[in-house]
Design a protein around this ligand. Structure first.
Ligand SMILES: Cc1cc2nc3c(=O)[nH]c(=O)nc-3n(C[C@H](O)[C@H](O)[C@H](O)COP(=O)(O)OP(=O)(O)OC[C@H]3O[C@@H](n4cnc5c(N)ncnc54)[C@H](O)[C@@H]3O)c2cc1C
Length: 286
C-alpha cells in the first residue's frame, strides 16, 4: 500500500478548473508534478527503499516538515494560471522563488475588468496595524458612495485608455494611467516548499484580505493533491508559534512546575517521537 492519491479523479476535478477569486479573478491549476508519494520517494533515496506503509510515509512527511528538512518538498512543482488585480500582483511578485510569465499590456490591450471591493470590505483604517483595515465598516451609504466613485473613475480611466488607442497611441504608453485595480493574468510555477512559505505569509491575517483570498484558494487545491503534506504544513508551520528568548524567559517564570502524566500524553494525538520532542521543549521552560 502506498500514499498515492486517486490521481485520475483529482486531475479530472482540479486541473483546468477556474476557482473564482474576488469579483473577476481566478486560480486555475494548469499542471503539477509529484504528490505526497514523490516527497517520500525523494526523502528515502538515500536508503533506496521507496515507499512503505501509509502510516510510515505519513510519519516521515510529518518528521520532515517538523524538522525543516525542506528539500524533499521541492520535488513537487505546481503551475497555476492566475487572474488578479495589479495591486495584488505587486504583493505576489515579491515571492521571488517562482517562475512567472505575465500578460503583456505592450503586446495586447489591457482587460476592461477592474476590482471593486464588496461593501463588507469598505472598512476604516486599523489603529493597531498601520498596514491594514480594521473590523469596522464605514456606514452603508458612505460605503456605497465610495464604491460608486471607484467604479466611475475606473470606467473613466478605461474610456480614456480606449481613446488613446483610437488616436494611435502605443499600447505600452496608453496603459500607464490605468489604476492598479485593473486585472492582469499570469502563469505561476513554484515548488511546494516555496509555495508553503507563500501560503504561510499570505494566508496569515496580517496579509491584505485580497491576497488572502487567492492564498486560501490555492490551499484548498493543495489539500486535495497533497493531503498529508498539507496537514503537516497546517500543524507545524501555519498554526504553530515560536517564542523569542525573552518570551521564553517570561514563560519560564509561569511554567516551572509544569508536568504532564503519561496517559495525558498518550491520549494527546502526538506520535511517540513528538511526545519525546514535546517533553524536551517543556524541559526548556523550566
Ligand atoms: C504582511 C506582509 C507585509 C509586507 N509589507 C511589505 C512592505 O511594506 N514593503 C515591502 O517592500 N515588502 C513588504 N512585504 C514583502 C516581504 O518583505 C517579502 O518580500 C515577501 O513576503 C516575500 O518574502 P520572501 O523574500 O521570504 O520570499 P521569496 O522571495 O519567495 O524568498 C524565499 C526565501 O528565499 C531566499 N531568497 C530568495 N531570493 C533571494 C535573494 N535574491 N537573495 C537572498 N535570499 C533570497 C530568502 O531566504 C527568502 O526568505 C510584506 C509581506 C507580508 C507578508
Amino acid at each position: 500500500m502506498d500514499i498515492n492519491n486517486n490521481k485520475e479523479l483529482i486531475n479530472k476535478e482540479l486541473i483546468g478548473k477556474e476557482f473564482k477569486c474576488l469579483d473577476h479573478g481566478f486560480v486555475r491549476l494548469v499542471d503539477y508534478m509529484g504528490d505526497d508519494a514523490a516527497i517520500v520517494q525523494a526523502a528515502r533515496v538515500s536508503y533506496g527503499k521507496g515507499t512503505k506503509s501509509v502510516s510510515e510515509d505519513t510519519t516521515l512527511i510529518r518528521y520532515l516538515m517538523r524538522n525543516q528538512h525542506t528539500s524533499p518538498f521541492e520535488m513537487v512543482e505546481l503551475k497555476f494560471h492566475i487572474r488578479l488585480p495589479i495591486f495584488v500582483a505587486r504583493q505576489w511578485i515579491r515571492h521571488r522563488t517562482a517562475n512567472v510569465n505575465e500578460y503583456s499590456g505592450r503586446y495586447s490591450e489591457m482587460s476592461d475588468e477592474f476590482y471593486l471591493p464588496e461593501i463588507s470590505q469598505i472598512r476604516s483604517q486599523s489603529l493597531v496595524n498601520k498596514q491594514a483595515r480594521s473590523e469596522m465598516e464605514i456606514g452603508t451609504e458612505t460605503s456605497q458612495n465610495i464604491i460608486s466613485s471607484m467604479e466611475n473613475s475606473q470606467k473613466e480611466s478605461y474610456n480614456e485608455y480606449q481613446d488613446y488607442l483610437e488616436n494611435g497611441l502605443a499600447r505600452e504608453v496608453a496603459r500607464i494611467n490605468l489604476p492598479v485595480s485593473n486585472y492582469t493574468e499570469w502563469y505561476w510555477k513554484i515548488d511546494l516548499h516555496n509555495l508553503f512559505r507563500f501560503l504561510k505569509l499570505r494566508m496569515d491575517h496580517h496579509a491584505q484580505y485580497e491576497i488572502q483570498v487567492y492564498a486560501n484558494t490555492i490551499a484548498d487545491i493543495l489539500k486535495d493533491i497533497l493531503p498529508i503534506s498539507y496537514q503537516a504544513f497546517s500543524d507545524y508551520i501555519q498554526n504553530s508559534v515560536t517564542f523569542s528568548h525573552s518570551e521564553l524567559s517570561l514563560l519560564k517564570t509561569k511554567f516551572a512546575n509544569l508536568e504532564f502524566d503519561e496517559v495525558e500524553l498518550k491520549n494527546s494525538g502526538l506520535s511517540k517521537s513528538e511526545i519525546v520532542e514535546f517533553k524536551n521543549k517543556i524541559e526548556l521552560l523550566k
